[in-house]
Design a protein around this ligand. Structure first.
Ligand code: 13P
Ligand code: SF4
Length: 305
């Protein structure tokens, strides 16, 4: 079956199943192209919470589908590739978080959405890359545990200096491997092009950035900033929509290593199969779900800029 036939069949089944096809901004081009909604982690969680569709097909990684299942328990949440995990989310277990909490009694636990439901259930509030600073500022506590991403944690610490931020030692392997020399080389090759970086990058990379934001923030920045060329320090999947929405602008990826293998697993064939079989389905046990939902709801209640 060619791509066009595959897309046709997917569209037909999406309608028949009363489904919403969601894709994260790092998904393959053809997956983003066919999705009803593309977005960052926060936008997709919010859509999952409010959709009136019965089925959510989540083209992303496991923790994202889990968040959808937590926020919309009455819906059927499908993850076309069950093996699409997030190595950063897997760097902390609920048991390890309990030990971390025991080492820092009284601190408020701020957990990045890139985490398992069990870890969320052990936390006080969640955050995403687009609301992390607002979430940290909104809390009464002066002592925060940032879990699991040390890079996002250090970024928050810099912007919320009035609070003590203790970071867990997790990281995103894709963003963490971007090198300072690669950004410096890109700046040399493209003088004047602003560097736009995701807060999962290391502090050394963020120090070289002109703008730091979530994946969705990058679309906004590219549209509103008058520059004609941008150096993009995040996963390469972002380029598809950046180029589509800004055909007159140029987007430079500073490294060929900016690929998340998990985000690239989902193919059109996987989506079709998943709609045909209504598998793999992602569920969260009710007790964990209740606790994890509290942390996501607290995050969603924090006012946005
Ligand atoms: P955002 O989409 O929230 O910017 O997160 C990036 C990411 O790494 C998701 O896995
Ligand atoms: Fe996880 Fe990084 Fe891949 Fe996002 S890009 S899913 S944080 S490994």
């Amino acid at each position: 079956m060619d791509q066009e036939q595959l897309k046709q069949q997917i569209k037909q089944l999406v309608a028949e199943r009363d489904a919403l096809l969601m894709a994260h901004n790092y998904q393959r081009d053809e997956v983003q192209e066919i999705a009803d909604i593309t977005g960052d982690s926060l936008a997709l969680s919010m859509e999952a919470a409010k959709t009136d569709k019965q089925v959510i097909v989540f083209c992303g990684v496991h923790f994202m589908a889990e968040s959808a299942a937590i926020l919309a328990p009455e819906k059927t949440v499908l993850l076309p590739r069950e093996d699409a995990g997030c190595p950063m989310a897997d760097m902390v277990t609920a048991e390890q978080l309990r030990e971390f909490k025991a080492q820092h009694p009284g601190a408020t636990v701020v957990t990045y959405v890139n985490s398992t439901a069990a870890v969320k259930a052990e936390s006080d509030i969640c955050c995403t890359s687009s609301n992390a600073v607002n979430v940290a500022r909104s809390l009464d506590s002066d002592k925060l545990l940032m879990v699991p991403d040390r890079n996002l944690g250090r970024y928050i610490a810099k912007h919320v200096p009035e609070k003590e931020c203790i970071c867990y030692e997790g990281y995103c392997p894709t963003h963490d491997r971007l090198k300072v020399e690669e950004i410096e080389q890109a700046k040399k090759d493209h003088p004047g092009a602003p560097v736009v970086a995701h807060p999962e990058c290391t502090p050394e990379i963020l120090a070289l950035a002109d703008h730091i934001c979530s994946t969705s923030g990058m679309y906004e920045y590219a549209q509103t900033n008058p520059a004609k060329k941008f150096i993009i320090a995040t996963e390469m999947g972002i380029l598809w929509r950046l180029k589509k929405d800004n055909p007159e602008k140029e987007f430079i990826l500073p490294s060929r290593a900016l690929i998340c293998p998990n985000m690239k697993l989902t193919s059109l064939e996987d989506i079709l199969k998943c709609l045909q079989t209504m598998e793999p389905r992602i569920t969260v046990d009710p007790e964990t779900r209740e606790q994890a939902k509290l942390t996501l709801d607290r995050m969603l209640a924090v006012p946005r800029d």
